[in-house]
Structures are given as C-alpha cells and as structure tokens.
Design a protein around this ligand. Structure first.
Ligand SMILES: [Fe+2]
Length: 417
C-alpha cells in the first residue's frame, strides 16, 4: 500500500513537472539554462543524485554534455565518442535502460573524457527514431537502485526533453549555416567591391574634372540606400551600380570632358550615347546584382520624362536607378566643371529640392538630406562628404529644406474632400 502511494505520488510529480517544463522549454533564455532546468526535473522524477544531459553530434558521432549536476568531478563538457554500433543501439533501444558494468559498452565507448562506469542508467533522446541526445543518470539518492516507475517517468519526460534538444540543435545548425553564408557573401562582396573600385577609377581617368566621380557616386548612392533602410545587399548593389554607371564613357572622346563651353548637338549625342554603349558593355556580364545594366542605361532619365536615352517617366524607372541618378547629379553639381566652379552644398541641395519631384525621387532626396544632416551635426562616423564638409551648413538649414520638400510632395497630392 505504501509502495503504491509512493508510486502514485511520483506519477503526480511527473505530471506536474511536465506541465512546468512546457513554459520553461519555450521561454526566451539561453539553452544551457533550459538544459539545467530540464535536468533538475529529470533528477527529481527519478530520485537521481547525479545526472548529465548530452546532445548527439553527428559528424563525427559523439555525445557532448550540455548540463550536468551532482557529480563531484566531471569534465565540462563531457565528451563520449560513439562507434556506429553505439549509435545503432542508442537509436533502437526501447526507452531508458539500466547500465550494469557489463553492458555499458553496448551503448557508450570508454574513449571519451568521462568514464561510462559513472552511469547507472541511460535514456536515449530521440525524435521520430532519430537520435538527438541522451540522459545519463549516476547514483541515486541513498544509493538505491532505479526502479521501474522511475524509468517510466524518465521515459515520459525524455520525450519532451528530446524535442527541446532537437530544437536547439536545429537552431544551432541554422545559425552556423547563416553565418557561413554571410561570411561567403561578405568575401564575395569584398572581391567585387575591389574589382569594381578599380573599374571606377579607370572610367574616370579620362579627365581631371571627373576624377573620383564614379567612386563618390557609388558612396553617395550606398549612403542614400542605407538611409532609406535598405539591407546590406541592396546597399552593396547600389555602391557597385554607382561605380559602374558611367562605364560607357570609355568610348567618349576625352576632348569633350575638358570643353569649356556647352557641347554642340553632335557632341551632346556622343556624350549621351555613353548610356546606351555602357548598357551594351554590361548587359552580357553576370553581376551578383541584377540592377546594374538598368542603372548604366537609365541614370540620365528624369521623373518628368525629360531625360535620355529612352525618355522614361518616374514610375517606369526602378528605384535603384533613381537613387544613382540623384547621387550622380549631386556629385556633378558639387564638382568643378571646365565652364564653372563647384556649386556650394547649400545651393546644390536647394536646387535639387526645387527640381523634386519633377526630376528626382522625393524619398531618395529626403534620404540624402538625412545623411548630409548627419555630417552637419558631426559625430564619430566617417563623413559622407570627404573634402566638401557640410560644416558650414547648419542642421536647421537642412531641416528647412526637408520641410520644404515634404510640403512640395504632399501639396502635389490630390486628397479627396
Ligand atoms: Fe552618366
């Protein structure tokens, strides 16, 4: 009768623990903490004084401890390499097993940093017959033997612990893969960035007046994309597109870049052709960013259809193209030309806001203002404008321009009354 009562009490405790474990396992916390909580519950249910929770690692096969309690001396982590026959035995045994000295070799090897003799009972953790870990129990309170009820409680709880362990393993694998992919992408970006930077410099060697233009357009376009909340890939794509936007200029007679007056119609056509020729050059190249050919062809298109070579309107021009077009104009205006001095930053921004949204994308202009305001405020970050400091432009001037732009854009909309 007493034994029955004791069993009943233990069963109640197990059910209680199961209901407690649920929220514990799904709580937002470090897995090592969750593992300790699960292990405590298992020890409580079985009366174990010592226990280890192992995670199964597939290649190479081994058990790696993630939590241990009660053992006086045990390495952290404890590692037990497994042979295929051990994995097979752990994968196929029915529930928890007692481990007399003669049989531990069936399940565990002695080649790890922990002696398998320490364990008196072993419960494999499986999810749909796939091994994900194991719970090993050492001595029991008062050195009593593990009984049938204790093993049943252990089996019941292990079902849930196995799910938590598998969840953890999957998350870890996923995190590793994502990290590896990011590393690969980053090195690929680094490679392309360097190669394209070299291209950008080569495009601009035509004339002193355009030195550094493509590099700056790349930087400005990336900064605008960044301020618009684009992800790292899109920002990298904008930088590369900026570097290459004028690639067609390699065919333009370099005399035209230094001409002090305006271009005659024939010369203008030759200059304008750099968009179409550039497009022909890059159209066949497999870039990791698909927008580059569009940027090369359309960066002189304007929202009102007044641009070239295709006379497209705003809605027909993809956003990355509109961003590079703005970066291009911004750099052209603030750089010297054979026929004029550089236009001041304040006058340039005023003019750009005046021409928005007729010529430029309002959101891109707003993002450019955000970046230049950061320069004007100062701080630790590298300034957007290298030599043309925004220092002589007050943040309030930029706020005024931003408000003006906002007013123009919202004023242009027709709200139903
Ligand atoms: Fe251009």
């Amino acid at each position: 009768m007493t034994a029955q009562k004791e069993n009943f009490r233990r069963l109640l405790r197990t059910v209680e623990m199961l209901s407690d474990l649920g929220p514990e396992m799904t709580a937002e916390r470090d897995f090592s903490q969750t593992a300790q909580i699960m292990l405590s519950a298992l020890m409580h249910a079985t009366g174990a004084a010592e226990a280890v929770l192992f995670v199964f690692i597939e290649k190479p096969s081994m058990l790696n401890s993630v939590a241990s309690q009660g053992f006086a001396l045990i390495p952290d982590p404890s590692v037990i390499p497994l042979l295929p026959r051990h994995v097979h035995a752990l994968s196929s045994t029915q529930g928890a097993v007692l481990l007399p000295k003669s049989s531990y070799d069936t399940f565990l090897s002695a080649n790890g940093n922990v002696a398998p003799e320490l364990f008196k009972c072993l419960a494999p953790l499986r999810v749909s017959s796939k091994l994900v870990g194991a719970v090993a129990l050492g001595r029991r309170d008062g050195d009593a033997l593990y009984d049938e009820e204790g093993l049943q409680s252990l089996d019941l709880l292990c079902h849930y612990v196995a799910l938590a362990v598998q969840n953890h393993t999957l998350t870890q694998t996923l995190a590793q893969r994502v990290a590896e992919n990011l590393r690969l992408t980053a090195s690929l970006h680094g490679f392309y960035d360097n190669a394209l930077e070299a291209f950008a410099v080569a495009i601009d060697v035509k004339h002193i007046n355009i030195h550094g233009h493509s590099l700056r357009v790349g930087r400005y376009a990336a900064a605008i994309g960044d301020a618009m909340g684009m992800d790292v890939n899109e920002v990298a794509s904008l930088r590369s597109a900026g570097y290459l936007h004028d690639i067609g200029k390699v065919i333009v007679d370099k005399r035209l870049f230094g001409k002090p007056g305006s271009l005659d119609p024939e010369e203008f056509r030759e200059m304008a052709d750099h968009t179409v020729v550039g497009h022909q050059i890059v159209a066949g190249v497999q870039f990791p960013w698909p927008r580059i050919p569009e940027v090369v062809r359309w960066h002189h298109e304007r929202a009102d259809g007044s641009g070239y070579p295709d006379g497209l309107h705003n809605e027909d021009v993809p956003l990355p193209v509109r961003i590079v077009a703005l970066a291009d104009t911004f750099d052209a205006m603030t750089s010297p030309r054979p026929y004029r001095e550089p236009i001041s930053l304040g006058a340039t921004l005023n003019e750009i806001v005046r021409m928005t949204p007729q010529k430029f994308d309002a959101n891109a202009v707003q993002a450019l203002l955000v970046q230049i305001r950061r320069d004007a405020v100062g701080g630790n970050r590298a300034p957007l404008l290298e030599d043309r400091s925004a220092g002589n432009l007050a943040p309030t001037d930029i706020d005024h321009l931003a408000a003006m732009l906002q007013h123009k854009v919202s004023g242009a909309r027709n709200y139903p009354t």
